[in-house]
Design a protein around this ligand. Sequence first.
Ligand code: FMN
Length: 212
Amino acid sequence: MNLSENQENSEAAAMLPDLERTSWEQLLASTEQKEDQSIGSGFKTMTLATCTSRGADSRMVVLRQVDIDHKYVWFYSDARAEKVLQLEAFPMASLLFWDNKRQIQLRLTIETRLHTDDFIADDHWGRLWVGSRKAYLSEQTPGTAQPHPYPGFPDQFIDSLPTNEESETGRKNFAVIECRVLAMEYLHLSRKGKTRACFQYEPESRMVWLAP
Ligand SMILES: Cc1cc2nc3c(=O)[nH]c(=O)nc-3n(C[C@H](O)[C@H](O)[C@H](O)COP(=O)(O)O)c2cc1C
């Protein structure tokens, strides 16, 4: 490798921390935007992929909180849902984000920890408005067969919000899933070429460009 190649490589390596920081900031910004997907970042929702005793499973969830400094993200679920049972058995999982506007995919390798009956769940529940709490008022266990379409909460709330007191029934069904991010993989699509990089945090810190 000649001197100028060496310099180019070190300049390319120096760009990695900025790219990593920007990606985390884009995740954080998505948690601060309103529900309307059409005007915001695609990072507001993500696909959670889990392991099961029979293989793998996946579904969409909403990104609720991001800690850039400590590399954590959080999402919520009904505590009785299949994904929670799966994460209890297999805490390692993956989160997949796609921002169509920016043409960026982020793939997070995570280790999860469930919070149901503790102060962390209490704290998140306390910050949830009644409209969001409505999702935890189901009298039926998620995923169980029903004789007719069921909206996921009692009929009385189809056209109205619960009062703060009524919403408290949902607390027992509420789970916070804390995700320690072990690695983040970045992919940007462009006609000029793809850009792919890996940011690893555990077991050791490492940033590297990858062939797409
Ligand atoms: C855009 C979108 C966002 C969703 N957000 C959540 C969420 O934050 N938490 C959640 O438990 N389910 C969410 N769901 C529903 C899940 O994708 C899934 O259908 C449900 O939680 C049952 O999954 P499970 O049986 O694997 O637990 C969302 C669905 C969509 C389409």
